[in-house]
Design a binder for this molecule. Structure first.
Ligand code: NAD
Length: 254
């Protein structure tokens, strides 16, 4: 239990799978109405159905975070449907195939930066006026362990996730006095469709990524969701501009 969010409204990007879906379900389990946004229609509808099956309220929204107009429209639809906005989780992201920097194509670079960084900027840009209209609220942006350390073969991804932390910290200062708390979460290796793609989904690939985890296992998406809810709840009321690493110890000894 991290807080009672009855009567509150949460907006989540990349909510159709993995960490975003688990966080959408967690917000709903604490009583929040949840705007479930993503770029894969079937997936966001499935998350919304899972929320409704557990007795919650959900609004599925097709929204590509690289398009400012999409994000603006999705936030507006949320406020129209539920009357307010209290929390936002800017979580949509993509992985980078392992490759040294000079092998990253210009298009790959653009795509990673567009989704992982520009998407967080557009999210906050359109969510903040709605949060201010509510009288305050909280935003959590998804960075990564790759946002706090360098990882070989991951320069574009690491650049995008380091930048998310810079964006989070500066924005946190812009809005702290207005009652909008902005923080980031930095997950370690979490068992999601992204990690399946990254590891190749084979037992050997799984063991290779698990070897980076001092706890000897991958994290569960729900273990990131609980950190996001804590940051949004009154229990996290004094956390501002923080990058909360939740990684089973992956980055601790580095
Ligand atoms: P995932 O692939 O299950 O989820 C990512 C979601 O983002 C998907 O639902 C996808 O449809 C959505 N998405 C992709 N491009 C989008 C776009 N342009 N507009 C809107 N939505 C888009 O993976 P996940 O592991 O749940 O990843 C969630 C976040 O966590 C990402 O930002 C990722 O970088 C970060 N992360 C994941 C791990 C991990 O080990 N899984 C570790 C650190 C950080």
């Amino acid at each position: 239990m991290t807080g009672d969010f009855t009567g509150r409204v949460a907006f989540i990007t990349g909510a159709g799978s993995g960490i975003g879906r688990a966080t959408a379900l967690a917000f709903a389990a604490q009583g929040a109405a949840v705007a479930v946004s993503g770029n894969a229609e079937k997936d966001v509808h499935e998350t919304a159905r899972l929320i409704e099956d557990q007795g919650g309220q959900a609004l599925p929204l097709l929204c590509d975070v690289t398009r400012s107009d999409d994000v603006a429209a999705a936030v507006a639809a949320t406020v129209r449907q539920f009357g307010r906005l209290d929390f936002a989780f800017n979580n949509a992201g993509i992985e980078q195939p392992v490759a040294p920097l000079h092998e990253i194509s210009d298009d790959q670079w653009d795509r990673i930066i567009d989704i992982n960084l520009r998407g967080v900027f557009y999210g906050m840009k359109h969510q903040i006026p709605a949060l201010l209209a509510t009288g305050g609220g909280a935003i959590v942006n998804t960075s990564s362990g790759a946002g706090v350390i360098g990882i070989a073969g991951q320069s574009a991804y690491a650049a995008s996730k380091h930048a998310v932390i810079g964006l989070t910290k500066a924005a946190a200062l812009d809005y702290a006095a207005a009652g909008v708390r902005i923080n980031a979460v930095c997950p370690g290796i979490i068992e999601t469709p992204m990690m399946d793609r990254f590891s190749g989904g084979t037992e050997e690939g799984r063991q290779r990524v698990i070897a980076q985890e001092p706890v000897g296992r991958m994290g569960r998406p729900e273990e990131i969701a609980s950190a996001v809810l804590w940051l949004c709840s009154d229990l996290g009321a004094f956390a501002v501009g923080h990058a909360l690493v939740v990684d089973g110890g992956q980055t601790v000894g580095l």
